[in-house]
Design a protein around this ligand. Structure first.
Ligand code: PEP
Ligand code: MN
Length: 352
């Protein structure tokens, strides 16, 4: 896929690109006050949910299109870009009509190919950045499928948001991070901008800072953090929203290690690997020397080179040791067979 990294004019490409704002737009006052305060913290992209997918009916389902006028006002008053979640073609058309700058697709929507296709059709030929949250279930192919649907509608500024995965048994996290999934996604689509949503992964304010740091250490491009002027009074997700002031502190505390540092770490790790390989070669050479001595002994005592019972015993013992040390049976089998066959070859040389 020929993707572009998410960029917006005037927004520095430096990591992390920050999107912040309340879970939901509640009232015009709450939106404007939060927006002013997050803008003061240097945030350039504002978020607010206008249509809210709620687990059960009866919860606050968002203010709807009325809130789009507030977002337009945020843009005018603060100069920030504005973003919101879309789940249907109607949401897309409404958001575009009000000049929303960036759209995201929610986790429940990504899990539904019909809904993603409907959004993709509504976006056909529109040039707008779209962030796709991971599906609620840990299914990388479903996530990539959603990216492909949006891509096939002609969009190129596509990014993703890692917001964790649902589990029946919630412990520390509201949604399990399962970092290997976004990491594998990055390996498969290296040009995709990856954001982390520590609010929805953690489900609590205290986890926002450590999760954001982890995302930076894993070279994520950006963060989307829920911030509310009065989190305790928020109409949705109140436990995972921080005041704009706390948001500022969290962002300031982040240690962003750029590629250089990583390359350095990588170089040290590679150095260790080189050393281990050298040791392995030396050990193998030593093993072959002993093998040749055994060959000599066998020759003097008129014994055959191949002694199958001993060989089978060696293989099964070593394979069991290796599997206990997190290596596959197949791998150990292959290694031992290769060593053994070289050993036999060297002993045959002596027999000549
Ligand atoms: C949100 O961003 O407020 C939201 C509803 O997120 P998710 O789709 O990750 O649950
Ligand atoms: Mn939320």
């Amino acid at each position: 896929m020929d993707l572009n990294k998410i960029t917006l004019p005037g927004v520095e490409e430096k990591r992390p690109i920050v999107i912040a704002g309340p879970c939901s737009a509640e009232t015009e006052e709450q939106v404007m006050q939060t927006a002013q305060q997050v803008a003061e913290q240097g945030v350039k992209i504002f978020r607010a949910g206008i249509w809210k997918p709620r687990t059960k009916p009866g919860g606050f389902e968002g203010v709807g299109s009325e809130g789009l006028a507030w977002l337009r006002n945020v843009k005018k008053e603060t100069g920030m870009y504005v973003s919101t979640e879309v789940a249907t073609a109607k949401h897309v058309l409404e958001a575009l009509k009000y000049g929303v700058d960036l759209l995201w697709i929610g986790a429940r929507t990504t899990a539904n190919p019909f809904a993603v296709q409907e959004i993709a059709d509504a976006l056909q030929g529109v040039d707008i950045p779209v962030l796709i949250k991971n599906p609620v279930n840990p299914d990388l192919e479903l996530w990539i499928g959603a990216i492909e649907r949006i891509y096939n509608a002609g969009l190129r500024n596509i990014g993703v948001i890692h917001r964790g995965f649902s589990s029946y048994d919630k412990k520390l996290y509201r949604n399990l991070p399962q970092w290997h999934i976004p990491i594998e996604l990055h390996r498969r689509l290296p040009n995709l901008s990856i954001f982390c949503d520590p609010s929805h992964i953690g489900g609590s304010r205290e986890l926002i800072a450590p999760l954001s740091q982890q995302a930076m250490d894993l070279q994520f491009d950006g963060l989307i953090i829920e911030s509310h002027c009065n989190p305790d009074k928020a109409w949705s997700d109140k436990d995972q929203q921080v005041t704009p002031e706390v948001l500022g502190l969290i962002l300031n505390m982040l240690v962003v290690r750029e590629m250089n540092q990583t390359t350095e770490n990588l170089a040290t790790l590679r150095k260790q690997i080189d050393e281990i390989d050298m040791n392995l070669i030396e050990l193998l050479a030593k093993r072959m020397r002993i093998s040749r001595e055994i060959g000599q002994y066998k020759k003097e005592h008129d014994m055959p080179v191949l002694q199958t019972v001993r060989y089978d015993e060696i293989i099964s013992k070593r394979v069991a040791q290796a599997t206990a040390m997190e290596m596959s049976e197949e791998f150990m089998q292959t290694v031992l067979e290769a060593i053994h066959s070289e050993s036999v070859r060297q002993q045959m040389e002596i027999m000549k």
